[in-house]
Design a protein around this ligand. Sequence first.
Ligand SMILES: *Cc1c(COP(=O)(O)O)cnc(C)c1O
Length: 387
Amino acid sequence: MKKTKKLGLATRALHMGNEPDPTTGAIIPPIFQTSTYVQASPGEHKGFEYTRTHNPTRRRLETCLASLENAEYCVTTSSGMAATMLLMQALPAKSSVLCGDDVYGGTYRYFTTICHERHHFNFVDTTDLKKVEKALKQFKPALIWAETPTNPLLKVTDIKGLCALAKKYKAMVVVDNTFMSPYFQNPLSLGADFVMHSLTKYINGHSDVVGGAIMLNDQKMHEKLYKLQNSIGPCASPFDSWLVLRGVKTLGVRMEAHQKNAMRIATWLEKHPNVASVVYPGLKSHPQHKIASEQMSGFGGMITFFIKGGLKESRKFLKSVTLFSLAESLGGVESLIEHPAIMTHASIPVENRLKIGITDNLIRISVGIEDCDDLISDLTQAFNNTY
Ligand SMILES: *Cc1c(COP(=O)(O)O)cnc(C)c1O
């Protein structure tokens, strides 16, 4: 199928890169589970030499994902962090990078404990464009790394505003779009230079693959990323690529179901007597609800809430749920619950963690697509067991 932007996202998720196998007519393209390809004579081949360099299954996935973010190019990687690493490798050594102050714990750990030997990192609250402009003047970054909504505090950055500022100061912008998925937010269309995804989350959606992707429009930059992918080798495997191609087909219906359940649970939690406060971009009480409504076409499936009390109550509550699984990660069809301070965000020094508001009574849920009544019953019995 020719790349076209006229088709809706749900249609593209199903059909782009998913053309039936031309040799057999199989409706589902096979997995090219191969490391190498035969050549007729030295150098005479069908465009494939070695799977680190090219693989037909991975290529199909890249075609599909590029289309979902309205991008010309996509590079898929063995994890979301590998995609982040490729982008950092693509910058000249000793670049200045300005990063949001509430990003995925692994991103923070990579930047501050490994990649700081290569680049200079500074952190700023990207939801406050005045602070961003001050930092742009002070640090002259080559790149801004923004995550919106953030994890776990679900702060929303004005992507258009951020990209306009970045342009003025000649910085590029990457948006980690993992939480919204391409179904609810398309940062390239709002002015970003790169979109980064952890495919592990909503795009694959079935908690059975770890993967990453970068989508972009700049041809030179794509060549560089592709060259790095081929040289360093963090490419997505054929089998993982095939699983993601399968998982992403239902992105549209899944995201609608996640958001429907999340909206109902967030509204319910907000009225619950054992809850101090709820953060969900779809709630009117969310500080950036207006920007969220403008730049996102939905509010996603992630909810953060503060239960009354502290660590004792959090622990009791998290041990009491039965349908929600206590686990890191997010974006799968099944509901997960976790405690960022002890689990996903443990690598952030305690004083920084508290400064940005990741307290001991903060609980994060990834709302799945189960029957919502069952999810609410489970939370109800967990509250009753805790207090
Ligand atoms: C999970 C995640 C990552 C890292 O992706 P992996 O696939 O786990 O390497 C990066 N950013 C966000 C927002 C994530 O949720």
